[in-house]
Ligand binder design. Structure first.
Ligand SMILES: Cc1cc2nc3c(=O)[nH]c(=O)nc-3n(C[C@H](O)[C@H](O)[C@H](O)COP(=O)(O)O)c2cc1C
Length: 355
């Protein structure tokens, strides 16, 4: 139950991966603590500049010599018109005013700037000899796969359907992370639309396991030993847990955010694209309600940039109403333990229920 080909490949004691969570959650303290305690810590580098990624990696390496991973966003092409941006800016204006957000609009990302950042992030991963690299929002270009493989970096891709998993294996991924519809944060789908890519983990694990030969990692709503054992029985080699680590002491999530999760129920959790232009799962709040009825938002990452100052002001004011509170569908099981104690309890509980 606790050791298999995947744990041997990743050189970890337990088939437990702390999900990469972009946006300041995966502090060096969290990542290194997880890796020091037999699981795999992951840096969510999606929004990082190459410089801050390098510093982050060095800070983790100072704290642990065990393996950890870095996760990057595969850049997507997107088109956005001035009218779309203006409509969103107008929509957001009253919220900015209410929160006292000053200043003009930030400079917006372009497909070219996203691609450049991604390529520089990959260079940092190679230069700093990161042993494991995971991707979401698609698959990396062939030359990136070749470069990373030349340096023996283990590659993981994120799939939300069987077809995505098959494609990721054919593109050279060594392991496939499957993201069930329960998962907190952004949906990783890239082949079909949202509604065709919202498969529950219980259906996704066995079907993907039957169709790929590489190890499968299950993500979405897994919070304790019951989820881990169930995922293993269904065919997953490991689990990737986001929300469960987000509320841990070492996570960089804002205290108001942690508190919102610790007080949330499963029916508070919804899908929205209002914050970033990409569908994501989190706790319903005033911002999501205010944006209802607004049929089109600029694509990711443009909308994400346009809402950035609002989310920051809301967090600075310890006000959860306008923060993005990404959470999976299992918040009642969240704890505020330290990551070390959380892993120890989890492993102990797995041993008890599989005895
Ligand atoms: C706050 C938050 C941020 C996330 N950021 C990323 C990310 O940067 N990259 C990624 O591959 N997955 C990201 N995810 C998704 C996780 O990898 C995983 O699919 C999800 O956390 C599993 O569901 P759970 O939260 O119920 O455990 C994020 C999830 C959360 C909750």
């Amino acid at each position: 139950m606790l050791s298999n080909d995947l744990t041997a490949m990743l050189q970890i004691d337990y088939p437990i991966i702390q999900a990469p969570m972009a946006g300041g959650i995966t502090t060096p303290e969290l990542v290194s603590c997880v890796s020091e305690h037999g699981a795999l810590g992951s840096i969510g580098a999606g929004y990082m500049t190459p410089q801050s990624l390098r510093q982050h990696i060095k800070d983790v390496q100072k704290r642990t010599s065990n393996p950890f991973s870095v996760n990057v966003f595969v850049p997507n092409t997107f088109n956005v018109s001035e009218e779309e941006v203006e409509a969103s800016v107008n929509q957001l204006r009253p919220i900015r005013k209410a929160l006292g957000v000053e200043g003009g609009n930030p400079s917006l990302p372009t497909p070219a700037s996203m691609k450049r950042n991604f390529e520089e992030q990959i260079n940092v991963i190679l230069e700093e000899k990161v042993p494991i690299c995971s991707f979401t929002f698609g698959f990396p270009p062939e030359e990136v796969v070749a470069e990373l493989k030349k340096e023996n970096v283990i590659l993981m891709g994120t799939a939300t359907t069987v077809n995505e998993a098959i494609l990721l294996e054919s593109k050279g991924m060594d392991m496939i992370i499957i993201q069930g519809s329960e998962a907190g944060g952004h949906r990783g789908h890239f082949l079909a639309e949202r509604d065709q890519s919202l498969i529950g983990l219980m259906s996704l694990i066995p079907q993907v396991s039957d169709h790929v030969t590489v190890p499968v990692i299950a993500a979405g709503g897994i919070m304790d030993a019951r989820g881990l054992v169930a995922a293993r029985y269904l065919g997953a080699s490991a689990v990737q847990m986001g929300t469960a680590f987000l509320t841990c002491a070492e996570s960089g999530a804002h205290p108001t955010y942690k508190e919102a999760i610790l007080n949330a129920n499963e029916d508070d959790i919804v899908l929205t694209q209002a914050f970033s232009g990409k569908w994501a799962r989190g706790i319903k709040n005033t911002f999501i309600d205010d944006m209802k009825g607004y049929t089109s938002v600029p694509p990711f990452p443009v909308q994400n940039t346009l809402t950035s100052a609002i989310r920051k002001a809301s967090a600075d004011q310890y006000n959860p109403a306008y923060m993005s509170l990404w959470t999976g569908q299992n918040p009642r099981l969240a704890t505020d333990l330290s990551a070390a104690t959380f892993i120890q309890h989890l492993v102990q509980e797995v041993k008890v229920i599989t005895r």
